[in-house]
Design a protein around this ligand. Structure first.
Ligand code: ACO
Length: 335
């Protein structure tokens, strides 16, 4: 068995900054409420006049990651692409990346695990590399939330949280024992699917049906979140996933050098930090600047932490996520 390690990281966020005060033009909200409840100060929302889309942002992040890995597009054997906001209902975004980067006709797999999307994608890529099937895999998380959010007071509980952006990693084969991805643990609990979901349009509720009903109260085409219910589950599942990852490797919380939690809410990350008694330099958060970018959040944060020199050789890096599905999981990496 080989091991797999991250050899390149990159991210891209749209230039357009939307502050909490900017949101007041659409809804009854305040900078104070948003910061106090979520920690978010601003987010990036795609300017529709630009070329950016979920796939385009993913391709921009991917180019940086491939370059930093010291590779070219022709060295990549496979693409794993995570998003809940694809450019098209079908096909998925992975094939768009293959085309946008003018890559050879390699396989492209789409992962739909929302905020856990990057954790699931990394785990999938890890299995392909460990078995020897592929040498270099491009793993991408990208989201264009802004186009599909309800910009009104009715939608404010969800809309203020989400931001756009993309991150990418190159996962490569390695023969160094005890380094790279040590473990991944993945979970789901579908009975809570509708607590955080975008119900329609879907095969269960096609557009003609929605139009025929013409019910102004039916906004099932906007995301719905039972915030407090999700919050309560998140703090429990985040902790479980981290403990599961540490235990599987015979490690303790004191062994963690860097925890990158999915950026869902700064209060959730702070709760986890306190629970695991981690100092500020051992947890990386950027939700203040980007909001929740779902499948892109962990990889953007990981890239920034690495760029800032906060992740060094031999560090123990723990990634953990929880989100819609519900889905959750962790990845433990020896850098
Ligand atoms: N501005 C001002 N007031 C608001 C806003 C807003 N943006 N949003 C809601 N409110 C109001 C509500 O209407 C409510 O008013 P009321 O008491 O008069 O009815 C009050 O504030 C409290 O609302 P809650 O929804 O109870 O607020 P809460 O403290 O729970 O915070 C939040 C909401 C931030 C969404 C929080 O519940 C949360 O972070 N939940 C978890 C999110 C998460 O982890 N998601 C998973 C990942 S996302 C994914 O997978 C796609």
């Amino acid at each position: 068995m080989y091991s797999s390690k991250i050899t390149g990281l990159g991210y891209y966020v749209p230039e357009n900054v939307v502050t909490n005060n900017d949101l007041k033009q659409w809804m009854d909200t305040s900078d104070e409420w948003i910061q106090e409840r979520t920690g978010i100060k601003e987010r990036r929302w795609i300017d529709p006049k630009t070329e950016d889309t979920t796939a385009v942002m993913g391709a921009k992040a991917a180019k940086i990651a491939i370059d930093r890995a010291g590779l070219t597009k022709d060295d990549i054997d496979f693409i794993v692409f995570a998003t809940l906001s694809p450019d098209m209902y079908f096909p998925g975004g992975g094939v768009q990346i293959q085309d946008l980067l003018d890559m050879p006709t390699i396989g492209a797999l789409d992962v739909r695990n929302q905020c856990s999307g990057f954790i699931y994608s990394l785990s999938v890529a890890d299995q392909f590399i460990k078995t020897g099937m592929y040498k270099n895999i491009l793993v991408i998380g990208s989201e264009n939330h802004s186009g599909g959010l309800e910009r009104s007071t009715r939608g404010r509980g969800v809309t203020v949280i989400f931001g756009d952006g993309a991150g990418a990693a190159v996962l490569s084969r390695s023969e160094e024992k005890g380094k790279g991805i040590l473990s991944s643990h993945l979970h789901s609990e579908g009975k809570h699917a509708k607590e955080l979901a975008l119900i329609g349009p879907s095969t269960n509720r096609w557009v003609p049906e929605i139009m025929e009903d013409n019910d102004p109260e039916d906004v099932s085409y906007f995301p719905h979140m039972n915030g407090q219910f999700v919050f309560k589950h998140a703090v429990v599942r985040f902790s479980e996933a981290i403990i599961e990852g540490l235990t599987a490797n015979g490690l303790q919380k004191d062994d963690i050098d860097m925890l990158i939690p999915h950026q869902a809410n700064l209060r959730i990350a702070q709760f986890i930090q306190k629970k695991f008694q981690l100092s500020d330099d051992k947890v990386y958060n950027n939700i203040m600047r980007y909001g929740n970018t779902t499948a892109a959040s962990i990889i953007i944060a990981l890239t920034e932490a690495w760029e800032e020199g906060k992740i060094k050789d031999n560090d123990l890096v723990v990634l953990a996520a929880f989100g819609s599905g519900f889905t959750w999981g962790s990845v433990v990496i020896k850098w």
